[in-house]
Write a protein that binds this ligand. Structure first.
Ligand SMILES: [Zn+2]
Length: 219
């Protein structure tokens, strides 16, 4: 097997160990559609050894670029940003800094004087799960308006649909350690050929199943 594939399996195993990825369940998504996979990234963060391990993998993938500063969107991007900067510092033998971008209006901004750290420097953006690239796109804008140079985006997981991705201009490198396809079925399709057809109940602890439960109780 290709080394990249082995790596991706390692990442999937870590996510599965903590229930951060479920691939054989039955979920209702925000869209109302049904599917078998669910990503609960929050389940990873309490486990610092594994978070460090995953961030080491990302740091190694970007070690060839001349990164000076990591930037993560609040909240989860902050944790990853710190760990990746820590590992890049070790690998490169020079200090790689880590700051974060905060929500401001509809976008993100680099505040607290961190904009001065970003200005004129090479930046790598960290994110946990890429959905539409909407969040990272707004962080790219924030870094650029603070006069930083974005060289790439490093993510744990890409679950985006290629056709629904936001286009981010002039971005040299995007790396996600793992790709998860969240195939979404309409309720009718699920009844015909998905887990609904097998009578498997919808998971009411994760996804939008809980709201479904509330609907049922009300009905
Ligand atoms: Zn279903």
């Amino acid at each position: 097997m290709e080394p990249e594939k082995i790596e991706e399996l390692d990442v999937l195993m870590i996510f599965k160990k903590f229930g951060a990825v479920i691939t054989d369940g039955h979920f209702q998504y925000t869209s109302g559609k049904h599917g078998t996979a669910y990503v609960n990234k929050d389940a990873i963060y309490p486990h610092t050894r594994e978070v460090s391990f995953l961030c080491r993998m990302l740091a190694e993938k970007f070690a060839g670029l001349d990164i000076n500063v990591m930037v993560g969107p609040e909240k989860s991007g902050i944790i990853l940003s710190q760990w990746i900067a820590h590992h890049l510092t070790e690998i490169l033998g020079r200090e790689v800094l880590s700051v974060y971008a905060e929500k401001k209006g509809n976008g993100f901004a680099i505040m607290r004087g961190y904009d001065k750290i970003v200005a004129g420097r090479n930046v790598l953006i960290a994110e946990d799960v890429l959905n539409t690239y909407g969040t990272v796109g707004r962080v790219v804008e924030a870094v650029r308006s603070s006069h930083g140079y974005v060289l790439g985006i490093g993510a744990l997981c890409d679950r985006s649909n290629p056709e629904a991705r936001v286009y981010i201009p002039s971005l040299p490198r995007i790396v996600a350690l793992m790709a998860i396809s969240l195939m979404a079925l309409s309720k009718e399709e699920c009844l015909r050929a998905g887990p609904c057809s097998k009578g498997i109940p919808i998971n009411t602890d994760l996804g939008k199943g809980k709201e479904l439960l509330v609907e049922k109780v009300r009905a």
